[in-house]
Design a protein around this ligand. Sequence first.
Ligand code: SF4
Length: 366
Amino acid sequence: MADSFLLPEHLKGIAKIYVDRSMVDVPLTAKVTERLPDLPVEVVDPDNFPHGELEGKQSLYLKEYKGKFLRFCPGTRYYHCCGYRIIHIGEGCPMACSYCILQAYFQDNVLKIWANQEDLFSELGKAFSADMGTRYRVGTGEFTDSLALESVTGYSRDLIDFLGDYPNVCLELKSKIIDLSWMDVVKRTDRVLPAWSLNAPFVNEHEEFGVSTLKERLEAARTCAQAGFRVCLHFDPIIRFDGWREGYAEIIDMIFDYVKPEQIAYFSLGSFRHMPHLKPIIEKNFPDTTYIFDEFITGNDNKMRLLRPLRLRQFKFIVDRLRSHGMDKQLYFCMESTENWQDIFGYTPKDLGGLGKHLMKRAFGD
Ligand code: SF4
């Protein structure tokens, strides 16, 4: 292994690298295999991928992706969605959070990375240059954690370098680990939004495994803010547990020991919601988890969500506390109704000119 490269703890479970035959000679494959020289590498044909060979151990799969790289976030028409666009760079996460939706999507422990970066850049280039007056708020943290594999792939670094030519694009890097190795390629600090999901300390300690501590995330947010970036923070999922008031009060107060409200571009609040079939998966993977037995109803989008009075009680407490620290229009709900916006914030997305437009303005610092 190269002297200068120390494998982060959360990647130590990876046992093997698979590479599509067509991706053997691409730069990303050279980079990953150089950074992980001790791992066995197998060249595969995608139609004959050796599923199950590693009996549950994690592997990295450098794959040629044939689908669309730029996508819409899968919101629903029943609730206010934020209009985010996803740059799809891979699938799966080496960490383990009990509430993670990815468990329902990807159960094979194969961390897939789209190695045909040239195709990705070609598609993005066409989309973003079609009209340089059209602005895009994009992120990579939908089907993976934006930075979980950064130390071995440098994917965000490459993407930031590429997007340096597109001032009409603002990239959010959403993560639960600390990797700031991409910072030195940033041309405009106002076009990259480093973002961390935070939660009450109890949730971090009992439901998130292999991730950084809350203090580490906030220290990284402070480093970015001091370097001229605005950061994004997220409370998603907000979970009910004994002592949730004290827990969310603690993390909220802690946030402002590290960053100022004006250094936060936006801050989402989302209550724990899940597709019905995620519940048995959580029960199996995380047998000590109890919040899944809380009082849920099925929403218009067929996802289970906490009963409205319970949800609103948590939202009200959290919003009041955040506001007491000077937070205001940075706050928004992920997938809530107009009525809930009105009850908690006292205004609706329409009053902000639409949630997508509002967040676009916040992202671009208008
Ligand atoms: S860090 Fe994010 S993507 Fe990874 S397991 Fe946790 S919630 Fe899922």
